[in-house]
Write a protein that binds this ligand. Sequence first.
Ligand SMILES: [Zn+2]
Length: 277
Amino acid sequence: MKILISADMEGATGVTWPADVLPGTPQWERCRTLFTSDVNAAVLGFLDGGADEVLINEAHWSMRNLLLEELDERAQLLTGRHKSLSMVEGVQHGDVDAIAFVGYHTGAGTEGVLAHTYLANSITGVWLGGVRASEGLLNAHVVAEYGVPVVLVTGDDLTCRDADGYAPAARKVAVKDHVSRYAAVCRTPARTAADIRAAAREATALAVRYEPVVGGPFTVELEFDAEHLCGAATVVPGVVRDGERRVAYTSETMYEGIRTFKAVTTIVSAAVEEQYG
Ligand SMILES: [Zn+2]
């Protein structure tokens, strides 16, 4: 049995503000240890539950955050950028039985610690088929096309509530309780590691592949905080203006849908001016 862990950082133990997750800052250096502890706890829990193989896919920022030397020796780490499925890279090869979203967070424009969708700023909302979409929801639709269940989600309490919508059967662990976008009541790494390990062990029983879901076409809408970003985004073929600060596109599959999303966010982030947005 092979488990894939998609590891994002904003939802990790103790993480509550930008410097905690910005590569190169002293706070990020400290929080890497907390993040690695969460991920390793999930690895240990899946191995306890009977998994033979655990692959971790780094999913935050430069995708170089986890401390390889602190991970259990039975795990493998996919580190670095430029992967066709981004946050859920590795799910497409037909050998993954389940996926875990560790360190996830809520979507842009909603309540939650460090809430955002792909870009830390500039995007004020994302909708999939008219429903507000977090990264968890978008990626859950991607992995469904490969018949891979989401069996574990960790993050703040609101992330767990969000996951109740897109992965109701998955085990959830709230490592902190939301107070504001930049504040949370945090539990210690010793406590959250124990909780994550226990939940991952239970989640292993849910690692049963199903028939790939053919759910398209998918319509994705994005809303920005500045009008000119629509001009940047609509350079991507198929992306059209859908309002003063909104764009939309439709894809036959979520494989294409997430790739278009990545193209839009990459172009939009390059079009943001430091002072004017
Ligand atoms: Zn994220």
